[in-house]
Design a protein around this ligand. Structure first.
Ligand SMILES: *Cc1c(COP(=O)(O)O)cnc(C)c1O
Length: 386
């Protein structure tokens, strides 16, 4: 089976991890610091806080922004559940904004409409989480303008989008947001095995996240409440977690980061090839906006309405039977039993997301996918759609 995504591990990656195993530090140490510095530099952001997953990074970002009970977090329904769960983990309520049918990112128009209604109902969101879906940056300038108008904070879920650019600047530079989060899960653009990072230009948010990732403990005398009692002394000044990344993971991350450019170039090349090979078939690839450059985490097609629902299921099954490991990204989060069951959100009015879900298929896309394999995938798709 050709998977929909897979990691790309080199001899240098392996050597980098082995070097850490032979060193004095295994948990968070010098390699984590180096990885943070490298990602911050790549993004043009002041601070970076490495953690054990993007899920943890989203949670810490929400806590650092003081999201809590009585507050609302809004995000896209077409995302991984973690983009919404971070709100619930802080005790906030969650609501969803519909997607744009072509770019599949959060619809700025639906966001503006829902904000106007929320202002009248006096329940504006405290935090909005735009998701750079499949690696394509959201319209951050417009979302940022709405944040100024309505007073919410922005966490970019860039789990798919390390290395992408928006208006010529790297995703993560934070021009229009408070925090940006990356994932280093093996199917993402670069991997640490498991891992995540939050980048920000706000020193206080960075300090808060870095204390919370390690139990709420500090060894920094300048923020201790009492006197430093000696070299053994630390203080717990907040209630935190063990969300630390290991140096093993960070060494892998640093090594992978050196190949980020090559990875994205190959992904883009394959995506352009899919565009050419699929032209003329009754389906729509994700529309790419001219103001950004995707990191190409996923290549997604929407089948025509005639093949929605049961037709999609048939095409999907035939592709799997033909050894093509297609996927569907994602089941709309508001339809998950947890979000249906709990009165955790506003009643969902998300027709575009639901229509998208009945038509979507993710085709395999990863750096080591060969042109010949891609040709075979397209042939299998054509045959399944007949
Ligand atoms: C993968 C993913 C996450 C979670 O990342 P982890 O590192 O696995 O915790 C969050 N949001 C989106 C959009 C993702 O794709």
């Amino acid at each position: 089976m050709i998977p929909y995504g897979r990691q790309d591990i080199s001899e240098e990656d392996i050597n980098a991890v082995v070097a850490v195993l032979n060193s004095d530090w295994l948990t968070q140490g010098p390699a984590v610091l180096q990885f943070e510095t490298s990602v911050a530099t790549l993004c043009g952001a002041r601070h970076a806080v490495a953690v054990n997953s993007a899920t943890s990074a989203l949670h810490l970002a929400c806590l650092a922004l003081d999201l809590g009970p009585g507050d609302w977090l809004w995000t896209s329904p077409i995302t991984f559940v973690a983009s919404a769960n971070c709100g619930r983990l802080c005790g906030a309520q969650v609501a969803f904004v519909d997607i744009d049918p072509a770019t599949l990112n959060l619809s700025v128009k639906d966001l503006a409409d829902k904000l106007a209604a929320a202002r009248r109902a006096d329940r504006l969101p405290k935090v909005v989480v735009p998701v750079h879906f499949a690696g394509q940056p959201c319209n951050m300038q417009e979302i940022g303008a709405l944040a100024d108008e309505y007073g919410f904070r922005i966490i970019e879920d860039a789990s798919h989008a390390i290395g992408a650019t928006y208006q010529g600047e790297p995703v993560g530079c934070g021009r229009y947001s408070d925090v940006t989060v990356f994932s280093f899960h093996p199917v993402k653009i670069i991997t640490c095995g498991e891992g995540g990072m939050a980048v920000t230009n706000d020193e206080q948010l960075a300090a808060r996240m870095s204390i919370l990732r390690s139990h709420g403990i500090t060894r920094d005398e300048s923020i201790m409440r009492g006197a430093n009692e000696g070299p053994w002394y630390y203080e717990q000044i907040d209630l935190g977690f063990n969300y630390r990344m290991t140096d093993l993971q960070a060494a892998l991350g640093c090594s992978q980061l050196r190949r980020l450019r090559t990875f994205i170039d190959r992904r883009r090349e394959l995506a352009n090839r899919y565009d050419r090979l699929l032209a003329g078939l009754p389906l729509q690839p994700q529309k790419q906006e001219s103001n950004g450059m995707s990191a190409w985490h996923l290549y997604i097609i929407q089948l025509d309405e005639a093949l929605a629902g049961e037709g999609r299921r048939r095409v999907f099954d035939e592709l799997r039977d033909a050894g093509v490991g297609v996927q569907v990204h994602y089941i709309p989060v508001h339809l998950q039993p947890y979000y249906r069951r709990q009165a955790v959100g506003a009643p969902a009015d998300l027709p575009v997301a639901e229509a998208y879900y009945r038509r979507a298929i993710t085709l395999p896309l990863f750096t080591s996918l060969e042109d010949a394999q891609q040709d075979a995938i397209v042939a299998a798709l054509e045959s399944a759609m007949r």
